[in-house]
Design a protein around this ligand. Structure first.
Ligand code: SAM
Length: 273
């Protein structure tokens, strides 16, 4: 698995160039994209195409090539193969067939963005592309609400605004780093809150490739046993289906909280759901 640049063609390792030159065959996500890289470096290795729509019989064919002793390099259009990119099916089959699968490490947009985030001491959860559909995207972000590390994701320009809006609605107005067109001519790096990033996006049509790093939630203060009881009763009341005032009274009786505070906290929970 050979990592290739995500823009600037200089971002390739000497080892990657040697492997691409010495391999018996290079499998590429899009041969036209890879041909540009190869011709830039004067590499003439045989190219074949392997992508997410490649058939199982294509996978078997390349496993057979590997078993017959051929060295096969796999690349994607940009960055590290199999990181939100094709490759994992072939890797899984090769591993089952006892073929060694070796990384030739290099650039990945996620790692490049994380490396300049200065967030969370390098602790990140990489989640790839959020789902495209609205409700799936909401469920996706809701499931990330309690992740204590920074969240790193990829997004296409036509969905970046909707993605950030969903993140704001579900995670709150956290700080983000938005790395756009890394290593390319129009590289831009935004640092600020989600709400400011969304406001900025309304000024011009989003273009290019985006990697987003979302700051983890502020550490919440340790809770007391009383607060744990309040939270449990609030959750119970919220799910009871009782009218709001009755639900608040139930919480107040069980916890000693005033009915007004219970009502307010139930309303807040509803607003965050
Ligand atoms: N395997 C690749 C890697 O390791 O970086 C990622 C492939 S994924 C199909 C493509 C996504 O990566 C883009 O939609 C964008 O979110 C992100 N990406 C790729 N190149 C980028 C760049 N130059 N700047 C920022 N993000 C980039």
């Amino acid at each position: 698995m050979v990592a290739t640049p995500i823009g600037n063609l200089e971002d390739i390792t000497l080892r990657a160039l040697r492997i691409l030159r010495e391999a018996d065959m290079i499998l590429a996500e899009d041969t036209r994209v890879t041909r540009k890289l190869l011709s830039h470096y004067g590499i003439h290795t045989q190219l074949a195409s392997y992508h997410e729509h490649s058939t199982d019989s294509a996978t078997e064919h390349y496993v057979h090539c590997l078993l017959s002793g051929k060295n096969v390099a796999l690349v994607s259009d940009a960055g590290t193969p199999a990181i939100s990119d094709p490759g994992d099916r072939l890797i899984a089959r090769a591993v089952t067939a006892g073929i060694p699968v070796i990384p030739i490490p290099g650039v990945s947009a996620a790692l490049a963005a994380m490396s300049i985030s200065g967030i969370a001491g390098g602790r990140h959860a990489f989640v790839g592309f959020p789902p495209r559909g609205r409700s799936d995207r909401r469920a996706f972000f809701l499931a990330l609400r309690d992740v204590a590390d920074a969240i790193v994701l990829y997004e296409a320009p036509q969905r970046i605004a909707a993605c950030l809006q969903e993140a704001l609605a579900t995670l709150g107005d956290r700080d983000v780093l938005i790395a756009r067109e890394l290593t390319k001519r129009f590289e831009t790096i935004f640092r600020g809150s989600l709400s400011r990033a969304i406001a900025d996006l309304t000024h011009e049509k989003p273009r290019g490739e985006y990697t987003v790093v979302i700051k983890p939630p502020e550490a919440s203060p340790p809770t007391s046993p009383e607060e744990d009881l309040v939270k449990a009763k609030l959750a119970e009341a919220a799910e009871s289906g009782l009218p709001p005032r009755e639900a608040a009274r139930m919480v107040a009786e069980a916890t000693g909280l005033s009915a007004r505070d219970a009502y307010r906290r139930l309303a807040e929970m509803k607003g965050n759901a």
